[in-house]
Design a protein around this ligand. Structure first.
Ligand SMILES: [Zn+2]
Ligand SMILES: [Zn+2]
Length: 347
């Protein structure tokens, strides 16, 4: 082989080697970097605590005294409760005998305002001072003012039933800052959780906010008003939606921290045993009830279904750089559990 040809052949090989290295390197880099943020879901010494953060008593438009309502939840397997009457903060000392280490009452209020015909209801959790409802020049300003008012008193805000009165849409909610909790399920029969007629349901709203880069967790609540008389679909009874929080102990601060950081799941009847997050892997262990069957859907950016899994253990492996991954477990009776979105760690 003449030397000119040898040089040409060698430089061609060198070029191909460099080109393949350039193609391989970035893709290897991406796959190594895919990893979920873990947080305290990994906490070995923590326990799961079941609670409801939205309910009413005779102090506003409920039908039973605070003591009766607190006892209902205590006697039905709840570990904690927030009594959230409209524009009324109950002094927790009045029910100290019920909040006794086994069962925790966290003070709260449903700060109840409006803008024109839109309802603006924002819960304040773990409040120690009454928060008067605020009004603004626009709907967004009104929501923001009430969220800020709760934060100013060191409470944890959650935005309630956006589809009640078709009051707030995803474009309104994405202009509000300073909140992490949004009701995606509310047990009141008139709040339109599912949307319809061109209005998005609450899960769709949630996915829109998450896809826009907001860190928002979806909570399920009762908003119970009716503890007396008949329990039926058309009445506002308790026991329909709740959260189960992973915390170091049953006291207000760890419970509030867990709610703020997404260390919880929301439910209308599906119980989980554990949520395991390791590297790029998410495993959900469902507590088997009778002969119920379970389907778990893993959802990513834009509300896209990334995977579906059958059975009482569901696993998901992150292989593409999603902005978030959340899971929804449905049993054969139509009950649900929502696992909070996990965000992909950035390097
Ligand atoms: Zn309300
Ligand atoms: Zn309410």
């Amino acid at each position: 082989m003449p030397w000119q040809e040898m040089v040409r052949s060698l430089s061609r090989r060198l070029f191909l080697l460099l080109a393949s290295a350039l193609i391989l390197l970035p893709s290897q880099g991406v796959s190594q970097e895919l990893r979920f943020e873990v947080g305290t879901l990994k906490c070995e010494a923590c326990s799961w605590y079941k609670g409801n953060t939205h309910t009413h008593t005779l102090e506003s438009d409920g039908d039973s005294p605070p003591e009766y309502v607190a006892e209902w939840y205590r006697d039905h397997g709840y570990d904690f409760l927030v009594l959230s009457d409209h524009n009324f903060l109950l002094d927790p000392a009045t029910l100290a005998h019920i909040s006794n280490g086994e069962f925790l009452l966290i003070p709260g209020e449903e700060v109840t305002s409006s803008f024109q015909d839109r309802a603006v209801h924002v819960n304040g959790l773990n409040l120690h001072t009454y928060v008067a409802p605020r009004e603004g020049e626009t709907l967004v300003q009104t929501i923001q003012a009430n969220v800020d008012a709760v934060r100013d008193e060191e409470g944890i805000p959650h935005i309630n039933h956006p589809n009640y009165g078709w009051s707030m849409g995803p474009d309104d909610l994405s202009q509000v800052s300073g909140y992490r909790l949004l009701e995606i399920f509310n047990g009141h029969p008139s709040v339109h959780n599912q949307g319809g007629g061109g209005y998005p349901g609450m899960e769709e709203v949630w996915d829109i906010l998450l896809t826009r880069g907001m860190r928002v967790y979806g909570i399920a609540v009762d908003d119970a008003h009716h503890f007396q008389g008949e329990f039926s679909k058309d009445r506002v009874n308790p026991g329909r939606g709740w959260v189960v929080v992973k915390a170091s102990e049953l006291s207000p601060e760890p419970i509030m921290e867990a709610l703020q950081e997404g260390w919880f799941y929301s439910s209308t009847g599906v119980d989980l045993e554990e949520i395991v997050v390791e590297g790029a892997r998410l495993e959900i262990r469902i507590r088997q009830r009778g002969n119920f069957k379970y389907t778990t859907t893993f959802i990513g950016s834009g509300g896209r279904v990334l995977a579906e899994s059958q059975g009482s253990t569901a696993t998901f492996e992150l292989t593409s750089p999603e902005a978030y991954v959340r899971a929804r477990v449905e049993d054969s009776g139509g009950n649900l559990a929502w696992v909070q979105p996990l965000f992909v760690e950035k390097f």
